[in-house]
Design a protein around this ligand. Structure first.
Ligand SMILES: O=P(O)(O)OC[C@H]1O[C@H](O)[C@H](O)[C@@H](O)[C@@H]1O
Length: 430
């Protein structure tokens, strides 16, 4: 994996960072790295996620899901960090076992999905770190009911990943369901490379060791210089561009298979860094599709954005047939992948020509190793950025506030946050 920050230098872009300031920033990176290393060594809350390449037990995950090796499909019931890591891996890699996700409580979507799934051969993978998240538990109750109605013994087809206590743990224990623990000190959005993200990947038959090896390769490269670590280079440049005005980070992978990765990144970046009036807003996009919708804004709108390109250097191509149409002859004989690469190069150059900061992140290909590198590098980038901002990267009080308000409204306890609903000011126009 490599990260090219050339188009984020002030000689090329505005906002941008000068070489001198980059060297100064590197001193901050060195200090942050020391803090991060200490956190990893001590397995401190949050930092423990960056130790996962060493601590995750892939054999235990594979053994735990062994009873489900006959699955035609896997249905992950979870939300946020308990779904997006697994979804990123599932959507990036091919498998004969279809993966589906229930990470919303839209009744129409839930009913539609349950009606389509072969429930007798589907594994239900319920994931919740806290074991208390209303959406996840509600969806699970609905899924369980649908299985009973279809005459399927849900206890035979349910796998649980959760913490040591909480309602979901109790349920798993009561019904003797196969389960895995969520590792200590690993917040959900940093848990893709743990039991949380890897159980689904194991059920789908992906190579967990290759995923972890990719992550380990990036961990190896964490050092006290951003010039030696792609992960730190990315985190540091995002921070530097943000404090110079690029408050939006548009994540633009040039691979359909990485579309969900942009969604995962959005949670990681937003929930970790959005604190104390600070943080950079992640925007989700996809190349080449969004060249034809959002690019106008990125190239000619306010100078409050940076664009992150992610692309695999290699992919399987599909030939574009020769054609009798003269006007299209330039396409014939090339491949769809060649076209996508050309679109990528052109878009990157078009932003650079307009002096808009952008960063290129490249992996060899979208496979287990490349994905492991990408996920780990972005997590390390995020932890580094959190140190540079001076925020508490591993908490999410604003999200918890909303969760409490919703529970209070539903009668799930006495939560003062729910009073805000009553107090809401209204000025309705009809
Ligand atoms: O895994 P759970 O405890 O169910 O939490 C699922 C999600 O809940 C909240 O929204 C948190 O802010 C997220 O960080 C978390 O990933």
């Amino acid at each position: 994996m490599n990260v090219d920050i050339g188009n984020a230098l002030s000689a090329e872009a505005s906002p941008g960072i000068s070489r001198e300031n980059l060297d100064r920033l590197n001193e901050q990176v060195a200090a942050a790295h020391e803090r991060i290393e200490q956190g990893i060594t001590d397995r401190e809350h949050g930092y423990a996620a960056l130790a996962l390449p060493e601590t995750v037990d892939t054999d235990a995950i594979e053994a735990a899901v062994e009873p489900f090796s006959d699955s035609e499909a896997v249905l992950t019931v979870g939300i946020g960090g308990s779904a997006l890591g697994a979804a990123t891996i599932a959507d990036a890699l091919e498998s004969d076992v279809e993966a589906h996700f229930l990470d919303n409580v839209d009744p129409e979507q839930v009913a539609g999905l349950l009606a389509d799934l072969p429930l007798e051969s589907t594994t239900v993978n319920v994931v919740s770190r806290s074991g208390t998240t209303a959406e996840t538990l509600a969806n699970f109750l609905v899924v369980r009911d649908a299985m009973e109605e279809a005459g399927v013994d849900w206890t035979d087809r349910t796998f649980v990943t959760t913490g040591e206590s909480g309602p979901l743990r109790e349920l798993a224990d009561r019904h003797d369901l196969p389960s895995l623990p969520v590792p200590d000190g690993v917040p959900g959005r940093f848990a893709a490379l743990s039991t949380v993200g890897l159980a689904c990947a194991a059920i789908q038959g992906h190579d967990l060791d290759a995923l972890v090896a990719g992550a380990a390769a990036q961990k190896e490269q964490l050092s006290d210089s951003l010039f030696e670590s792609p992960a730190y280079a990315y985190g540091a440049i995002c921070y530097a561009l943000d404090v110079r005005g690029a408050s939006v980070n548009a994540m633009l992978p040039y691979a359909e298979s990485l579309e969900t990765f942009a969604e995962w990144f959005a949670q990681l970046w937003a929930e970790s860094l959005g604190k104390d009036g600070l943080g950079q807003t992640p925007a989700r996009a996809l190349g080449a599709t969004d060249q034809h919708s959002q690019l106008q804004l990125y190239r000619a709108g306010p100078r409050d954005k940076m664009v992150t390109f992610v692309r695999p250097r290699e992919r399987e191509d599909r030939a574009i047939p020769e054609t009798e149409f003269e006007a299209l002859s330039y396409l014939g004989g090339t491949g769809l992948g060649d076209l996508l690469d050309a679109e990528f190069e052109a878009t990157e150059a078009s932003l650079a020509a307009a002096g808009r900061p952008n960063v290129r992140v490249e992996i060899d290909r979208v496979d287990e190793h490349g994905l492991g590198e990408l996920l780990y590098a972005m997590e390390a980038a995020c932890v580094l950025a959190g140190e540079l901002y001076g925020v508490d990267t591993f908490v999410q009080p604003a999200v918890e506030w909303g969760k409490n308000a919703a529970r209070g409204l539903l009668g799930g306890g006495d939560f003062p946050e729910a009073d805000a609903v009553e107090e809401k000011r209204t000025l309705r126009i009809e």
